[in-house]
Structure formats: structure tokens, C-alpha cells
Design a protein around this ligand. Structure first.
Ligand SMILES: CC(C)(O)[C@@H](O)C(=O)O
Ligand SMILES: [Mg+2]
Length: 616
């Protein structure tokens, strides 16, 4: 049987000093020999998705103690992408994922923790913690803070549901009055929780359910709802059970790498494609797989995107539905249930709560008779409609679920939005290692698109250019030197894509970047172009006026410039070698911390993970 890792610092005469210190943290004689669980909390007052998490660590800790474990709370950082968005602050967002993964590793290994309960929520926190769980491969349960309620606002043209993207677009829409913009600002983000659409945070918290590492309801049950408290409590019990299975019985299926294996990644990706998740999920799934040594690649994503239909449309792809509506339709178990009915799910994958994914679906998919009242009770949880920063502060219930398979928030295969899913990978001379598109947010008329390149060397220039009217219909806006190395940090281009929308150019222009997008981005917005400009990728050779052809059905993107001309441009190009972030004519102050990041990070096609020479 594997020894408790914590025994290293809690057993034997020579550990008297370490035990003395453990005692000083509150441990008693009878605690030595119990599993020590790191309760990894990401509470911060900077981020609405985390502002309500202050007491959650202790809530989980008390349950761990009741179940027979020792709990030690620790904290990680959390960047609010929405607040960091649109300025240099965004350079720190993706790198913060590795800081989070590393800080969990540092604490867990320095103190020989036996297991993790990860209290995550926003964009980089769930992925960073998932990376750490896979890297450490010790028992782990995930419980996130939960989604924000959608905002509601009455504007001149009627009532709207609102979120932060509605506010970004409204602020630069010349048809909106200042009074309306003020209203949007005050209504868009009414409660604590991760922003209310199928944005990155929610997408990742849904995928954690499909990977088998989080409890039912994790991705969709609102942060404000009293029912969410049970998830935190149960996480405390489940982690002690997992510790027993691994440390007492040697049952390897209790470990993250056994749960989140290749098949589980296929399940997660199938869910992602069916629900039109944020394009960032691609980056994060690749990075999590990398940490767990799972050979899951862009080619697998491409294959799955042709086999899985699009079953669920949520903001930003439609203004009609937000996460609260996904929950009412039965949440992630319901979408997995639809996929399972058509044989698209590996039912035998393990989960942290049910023996198999199949059992999870049978018990929690509200369209099955095998799902009892427990499932129905969970999924009728409704928004409270009251501004608050308090977790579990309301208990409103819908009287009925949304089980409309034709027009509802989640549909069955027969009524799918499209036969092929909401996310896809495109390849071509301008992105030989691939680029990513969320088709869920693209109108069918743009599936085959040809446009003229309008090139910007930074996100800021693009924002300015779009607002100044430099972009005309039928353009492909190219924003480059914004990749993981080139930024560095691979900024999200939510402002440029939202500005295209407010300038009413979103249905006549495409956007291509080696940077990435927010989950709030819609339109023909293609990101993660790899190789990136800073590593001499072809995207760095595009010139204003070049023609670019995009075909979603053919999964292709082509720069219509001959090989000879490209070779000529390459020869004359002022390429950077080590100072990746130095795009021509771009004044950008880059801190030492970010330069260190740029020196090791790989491009997006492998998840922007850090590669060390020894791994080459
Ligand atoms: C601020 C957002 C919408 O959360 C964004 O960062 C995302 O990636 O979805
Ligand atoms: Mg983000």
C-alpha cells in the first residue's frame, strides 16, 4: 500500500520538530496518521468569481475533519480577466495559470500533503489547479465557486439579459445613449460568481464534471444558490473517501490520472463541442493532458469536432440563454446524457463521486427515469434576482425544468443546432499547426469567407484601429505578436471582437490572431494561430491587402500569397530571435517575470505549456 505522503513529516523521532510545528498549527496527537488534505482556496476580493469564497475553505475543512482527515487551507492567486482585459494587465492572465499550478505543487510537496480539495472558479484558476492535480497525481476533488446570475436590463429597445460582454459592446455602440450604458454597467454583473455566459470559467468548470473530477452541478449551479453549499460539504467527505481508497486499499482508480485518462479527455471534449465552450478550453485541456502525460492532441479535438453535434447555445452565442438556463435544462449531466444516448460517451470512466461516468449520467440526467428526485431538486435551482456578493444567499426554485428537446437550452441530436459541433480546428499555410474557432458563435453565411487582410501588431492597435474606422467590411483583421511568446502571455482579444460587433462589422469581417479570445467572443474569430509570429510563423508575414480564405466546412484557412513571395518576405523580415515580444514599432514594457515566461512557453498548439530543454 502507498504510505501517506504526510508520514514523511509526521512520523519518527527525527520529525519531532516538524511535529512540533504541525502541533502549533492546531494538530493533536490523534491527528498524526490521518490524511492531510490541502484545501486550496482561491479567495480574493479582486474577482467577483472569488469574492464569496473566503469562508469556503473552512467550510470544506470542517467536513474533512468530520470524515476523519486533517485539513490545511492554503491560497492561490486569481486574475480577473474581465478587469485585466483591454490593457497590458491581460499579459499576466495566461501566465497566472502556471503560477497557480506551481503554487499548489510548491505547497503540497513542501508540506507533503496527501490530497487536494481545489476551490476554484475563474478562467485560469480551474485549469491551473487541474494541472497541479494531474502533475501531483494525488487524490483531488474540485469544487468551484459557481456561475454569476445573468443581469437583466430594460433599454430603449426592450428588456435584455446582460453580462459583461453586453456592457463592453454597449459602451462603444453609438446607437446607445450614455444613460443606457450606465444602466448596462449597473445591471450586467449582478452577483458574485463567474461571469454568467458560456465563458471560459464556466466552460472549464463544466469540463471538470466531464473529466470526472468534480461533483454534479459544479459547472452550472449558481454561486448564490443555497444548494451549492452541499457541493462544498460533499467535497470534504469525498476527498477523505478517496484518500482511504488510495492510501488504505491501494486503489489507483482514486487518482486524478486514472480518472482523467484519455477516454475522459474525449468525454470532456465531446461535451465542450456540444455546448460550444470557450476556445480557451482547447488551450487548457492540452495543458492539463500534458501535465498528466495523456497523449491528447489537437488532432483528437479535430476528429471529435466532426463527430459531435452542437446541442446547446449559450451567451455569447445567443442572448437568450446563460448558465442558469443550462442548469434548468439539467446541467452538464443532461448534455452528457444526450451524448450518451447516441453512444458518444465512454461510460466506464471513473469519477470522484460515482463509480463510473455511466452511473453518473444514469443518476443525474433528468431525462432518464433512473434519475430520481435528487436530480430534479438540484436542477430546478433558480436565480434569486437580488444583487449580492454572498454565497448561498437565496433559495429560489423554478416550478419546472426546461426539458424542451426542440427549442430549449439543451437539445437532443435530432434537433441539434448543427450536426458538427460548436468548436473546430482549422489548418492551412497560415496556421500549419492549427488554429481554433468557436463555430457556435458564427452565422452560417460566414462559413465560407474570403477577406482582405488588415494587419495590427498588437491588440491595442487593433482596438484603436477598429474604433477609428480603419477596418472596412470584408476584411480579415490580423492581430499578431500576441501569442504566448509574442505578447508575451497571449492576451484575450475580447475588446477587438466586441468593437467589431459594436461597429456592426461582426457579420462582414473575420479576425485572425496568434493570441486568444475570451469565452465572450463571438463571430468568425480565429485564434491560437500556430506557429505564432514571434516564432517566425507565417502569420508574421501577412501584409495589408493580402487575401485570406476561410472555410469552416473544409476546416481550412489559406493565405493567398505564393510560396515565392512568402520566401521573399521572410528573407526581408526583421525577425526577433530571443526578444520575442518585440514586434516592430510596438512600444510595450515587458516585466522580467513575463520575460522568464516567454523564454519557456510553447505555442498554443500544445497548450502554451512551458517546455524545458531537458524535455526537448
Ligand atoms: C471575462 C471573461 C468573459 O470571463 C473572459 O475572460 C473569458 O475568457 O471568458
Ligand atoms: Mg478569459
Amino acid at each position: 500500500m502507498p504510505d501517506l505522503r504526510s508520514k514523511t513529516s509526521t512520523f519518527g523521532r527525527r520529525m519531532a520538530a516538524a511535529r512540533a510545528l504541525w502541533r502549533a498549527t492546531g494538530m493533536k496527537t490523534e491527528d498524526f496518521g490521518k490524511p492531510i488534505v490541502a484545501v486550496v482556496n482561491s479567495f480574493t476580493e479582486f474577482v467577483p468569481g472569488h469574492v464569496h469564497l473566503k469562508d469556503m475553505g473552512q467550510l470544506v475543512a470542517r467536513e474533512i475533519e468530520k470524515a476523519g482527515g486533517v485539513a490545511k487551507e492554503m491560497n492561490t492567486i486569481a486574475v480577473d480577466d474581465g478587469i485585466a482585459m483591454g490593457h497590458d494587465g491581460m499579459l499576466y492572465s495566461l501566465p497566472s495559470r502556471e503560477v497557480i499550478a506551481d503554487s499548489v505543487e510548491y505547497m503540497a510537496n513542501a508540506h507533503c500533503a496527501d490530497a487536494l480539495v481545489c476551490i476554484s472558479n475563474c478562467d485560469k484558476i480551474t485549469p491551473g489547479m487541474l494541472m497541479a492535480a494531474m502533475r501531483l497525481n494525488i487524490p483531488a476533488v474540485f469544487v468551484s465557486g459557481g456561475p454569476m446570475e445573468a443581469g437583466k436590463v430594460i433599454l430603449q429597445d426592450g428588456e435584455h439579459k446582460a453580462d459583461l460582454v453586453t456592457a463592453i459592446v454597449g459602451a462603444t455602440d453609438e446607437d446607445r445613449s450614455q444613460e443606457e450604458v450606465d444602466k448596462l454597467e449597473r445591471s450586467a454583473c449582478p452577483t458574485c460568481g463567474s461571469c454568467s455566459g458560456m465563458f471560459t470559467a464556466n466552460s472549464m468548470n463544466c469540463l471538470a464534471e466531464a473529466l470526472g473530477l468534480a461533483l454534479p452541478g459544479n459547472g452550472s449551479l449558481l454561486a448564490t444558490h443555497s444548494k451549492r453549499e452541499a457541493l462544498f460539504k460533499e467535497a470534504g467527505h469525498k476527498i477523505v473517501e478517496l484518500c482511504e481508497r488510495w492510501y488504505k486499499d491501494g486503489d489507483e482508480s482514486a487518482l486524478p490520472r486514472s480518472i482523467a485518462n484519455f477516454d475522459a479527455f474525449e468525454n470532456a471534449m465531446a461535451l465542450d463541442i456540444a455546448m460550444g465552450g470557450s476556445t480557451n478550453t482547447v488551450l487548457h485541456l492540452l495543458a492539463i493532458a500534458h501535465e498528466g502525460e495523456v497523449d491528447f492532441t489537437m488532432a483528437d479535438m479535430d476528429r471529435l469536432s466532426r463527430q459531435v453535434p452542437h446541442l446547446c447555445k449559450v451567451a455569447p452565442s445567443t442572448p437568450k440563454y446563460h448558465m442558469e438556463d443550462v442548469h434548468r435544462a439539467g446541467g452538464i449531466a443532461r448534455i452528457l446524457g444526450e451524448l450518451d444516448r447516441e453512444g458518444k460517451i465512454h461510460r466506464d470512466c471513473a469519477t470522484v463521486h460515482e463509480r463510473t461516468m455511466g452511473e453518473f449520467i444514469d443518476k443525474w440526467d433528468v431525462r432518464r427515469e433512473s434519475a430520481g428526485n435528487e436530480a430534479r431538486d438540484l436542477y430546478i435551482a433558480a436565480p434569486g434576482g437580488v444583487r449580492t456578493t454572498q454565497a448561498f444567499s437565496q433559495s429560489r426554485m423554478y416550478t419546472e425544468l426546461d426539458l424542451d428537446i426542440e427549442e430549449g437550452c439543451v437539445r437532443d441530436f435530432e434537433n441539434a443546432y448543427s450536426e458538427e459541433g460548436g468548436l473546430c480546428v482549422l489548418f492551412g499555410n497560415i496556421a500549419e499547426q492549427g488554429c481554433i474557432l468557436k463555430t457556435a458563435g458564427v452565422i452560417k453565411e460566414m462559413y465560407d469567407f474570403e477577406g482582405t487582410a488588415k494587419v495590427f501588431e498588437s491588440m491595442e492597435d487593433a482596438m484603436h484601429g477598429i474604433l477609428q474606422g480603419e477596418v472596412k467590411p470584408y476584411s480579415v483583421v490580423v492581430i499578431r505578436y500576441e501569442g504566448p511568446k509574442g505578447g508575451p502571455g497571449m492576451q484575450e482579444m475580447l475588446y477587438p471582437t466586441a468593437y467589431l460587433k459594436s461597429k456592426k462589422l461582426d457579420t462582414t469581417c473575420a479576425l485572425l490572431t496568434d493570441g486568444r479570445f475570451s469565452g465572450g467572443t463571438a463571430g468568425l474569430s480565429i485564434g491560437h494561430a500556430s506557429p505564432e509570429a514571434a516564432e517566425k510563423g507565417v502569420i508574421g508575414l501577412v501584409e495589408d491587402g493580402d487575401k485570406i480564405k476561410i472555410s469552416v466546412p473544409n476546416r481550412s484557412i489559406h493565405l493567398d500569397v505564393s510560396e515565392e513571395v512568402l520566401a521573399e518576405r521572410r528573407a526581408n523580415h526583421p525577425q526577433t530571435d530571443k526578444k520575442f515580444w518585440k514586434a516592430e514599432g510596438r512600444p510595450r514594457a515587458v516585466s522580467k517575470a513575463l520575460k522568464v515566461y516567454a523564454a519557456h512557453v510553447s505555442n498554443a498548439s500544445t497548450g502554451a505549456v512551458r517546455i524545458l530543454d531537458e524535455e526537448d
